[in-house]
Ligand binder design. Structure first.
Ligand SMILES: *Cc1c(COP(=O)(O)O)cnc(C)c1O
Length: 495
């Protein structure tokens, strides 16, 4: 299987090169030339496998230049060794009339671990396979959860360095603490004076600057990305859609072959896009429901075909979804049109005017797969409260957005197919908002008091990675202007 750019201007490459490179040199995203198909027997067989075995099977269909042995090693290092606090890695859990797919059992308590534990392994293996001797310098723009997950995944991985840029006032206190206390010889964490889109635009601009990229290479550093624009970030996420399906069959929640829907709390469109790949591969999925917070660009887009980022950026209690430019949409548009020229046109419109219109035909195609809606902070809090009072299950704000939108979907469409809520974070990452939603007082309390307050209400204990932050030392205090990122990157290159 080969990988090409959504903008079509470069030669096809192997997946190992795609993983190392991160983003295509013409500014597009790397995508597989075709989407592999599986049959019902393939899906049935997953039921008796561990998560790691399922991952090897599914990754092998896309990463065809990696040997099975290599994939086994990568997967074992990523998901084995008790890195996740449950053997199931990504367990499903029946809550009221829905099934929750819990993707936050990894070291940083958010779903980003699913991909970012595996990506460094795929990269290191790719370095060996391609004989690359330069140091890979990873640049990450984060709205909160990616940063820590990438730091945890890459810390002290040989032949790699990692820099994480986060919006100075755009992440939760817990998220910030997780990042600025990260140890490791090869890590740096920087607060950018701007919002997430500024940080992401800054990173993209650096990758696109071919002169700068060359300069870095003469310093011995090859730039790459661990954002969800990297194919090596996306492909691990396809696995848990299959895994959830297999577990639901195994637990008798559904029958083999039955269609199910997924509601996905969405920001950069990476998670839900992995669901789209799973569906195209043959997983029995009805609709993929795209749930947004007040930054509802995607809701409007999937309802009208008109993408318009020209609107106020709203800070919400689900900060990992505070995004107005959802990069991975470009991959979807490519797969649905197969037309680099049109994709290029839309992305140029987006860059120049902040908007594009895909037209009625394309909108209808999108709606065959996707349905979209949004929930504001008030609705999100109401949902946390309601679900808690009914079931004692504590939703984090991102997952609560999905829950609220899934209820809207059922009301507005009468579609009764089993619904999976993709749960993307532990509620303990957002103690303050969650407690307020539950009607508890948070005034004057610090993050750790809030953590133990929530623990007293929740049947699930707080993850160790969070409670242990209390005694961790802050080691990163660097800040930079949104136009100053290039210098920071240059200075971090190893001489
Ligand atoms: C990153 C993140 C999301 C958004 O996922 P995308 O793949 O960017 O759409 C949702 N919830 C949480 C908790 C996240 O960390």
């Amino acid at each position: 299987m080969k990988y090409i750019s959504t903008r079509g201007k470069r030669e096809p490459m192997e997946s190992a090169n795609a993983v190392l490179q991160g983003i295509a040199k013409d500014g597009g995203l790397l995508v597989p030339t075709e989407i592999p198909k599986v049959d019902p027997d393939f899906i049935d067989a997953l039921q008796t496998m561990t998560y790691q075995e399922r991952a090897v099977k599914i990754l092998g269909l896309f990463l065809t230049d990696y040997t099975e042995e290599e994939l086994k090693g990568c997967v074992e290092r990523a998901y084995g060794n008790e890195k996740f606090d449950t053997e199931a890695v990504a367990p499903v859990r029946k809550v009221a009339d829905k099934t929750v797919l819990e993707l936050w059992h990894g070291p940083t308590s958010a779903f980003k671990d699913m991909a970012l534990e595996l990506l460094p392994q795929l990269m290191q293996t790719a370095l060996e396979k391609t004989g690359e001797t330069k140091t890979i310098q990873i640049l990450v723009a984060t709205s909160g959860d990616t940063g820590k997950a990438a730091l945890a995944g890459f810390a002290d991985v040989p032949q790699t360095r990692i820099q994480v840029f986060y919006p100075e006032d755009g992440v939760s206190e817990m998220q910030k603490l997780q990042m600025v206390t990260q140890t490791g010889e090869n890590v740096q964490v920087i607060a950018v004076k701007g919002n997430f889109d500024d940080a992401q635009a800054g990173v993209k601009k650096i990758f696109k600057n071919e002169v700068f990229v060359k300069q870095m290479e003469t310093k011995g550093s090859k730039l790459s990305s661990a954002n969800s624009i990297n194919w090596g970030r996306l492909v691990p996420q396809i696995v848990y859609y299959f895994s959830a399906y297999a577990d639901m069959c195994k637990e008798g929640i559904i029958k083999a072959g039955e269609q199910i829907n997924f509601t996905v709390p969405t920001g950069n469109f990476g998670n839900i896009l992995a669901g789209f790949y799973a569906r195209q591969m043959g997983l029995p999925v009805g609709h993929l429901i795209c749930a947004s917070n007040q930054n509802n660009v995607l809701t409007d887009f999937l309802q009208t075909g008109y993408y318009d980022r020209n609107r106020p950026f709203v800070k919400t209690i689900s900060p990992s979804m505070d995004i107005l430019v959802s990069s991975n949409l470009e991959r979807l548009l490519f797969h649905l049109t197969g037309d680099c020229v049109r994709v290029n046109g839309w992305m140029e419109m987006l860059a120049d005017n902040g908007m594009y219109d895909v037209g009625v035909g394309m909108l209808q195609r999108l709606q065959n797969y996707f349905w979209a809606d949004c929930a504001d902070d008030e609705k999100t809090k109401e949902t946390i409260k309601e679900v808690y009072e009914k079931t004692k299950y504590v939703l984090d704000p991102h997952t609560a957005v999905a829950w609220a939108v899934a209820d809207n979907y059922r009301r507005k469409t009468d579609d009764g197919r089993p619904m999976v809520i993709v749960s993307t974070a532990s509620p303990y990452k957002f103690n303050g908002s969650v407690l307020e939603a539950m009607g508890a007082s948070t005034e004057g309390k610090n993050s750790f008091e809030l953590l133990s307050d929530l623990e007293s209400k929740n049947e699930v204990k707080a993850p160790k990675g969070l409670s242990s932050l209390k005694d961790a030392k802050v080691v990163h205090t660097l800040t930079c202007e949104k136009n100053g990122m290039e210098n920071v990157v240059f200075d971090f290159a190893k001489e």
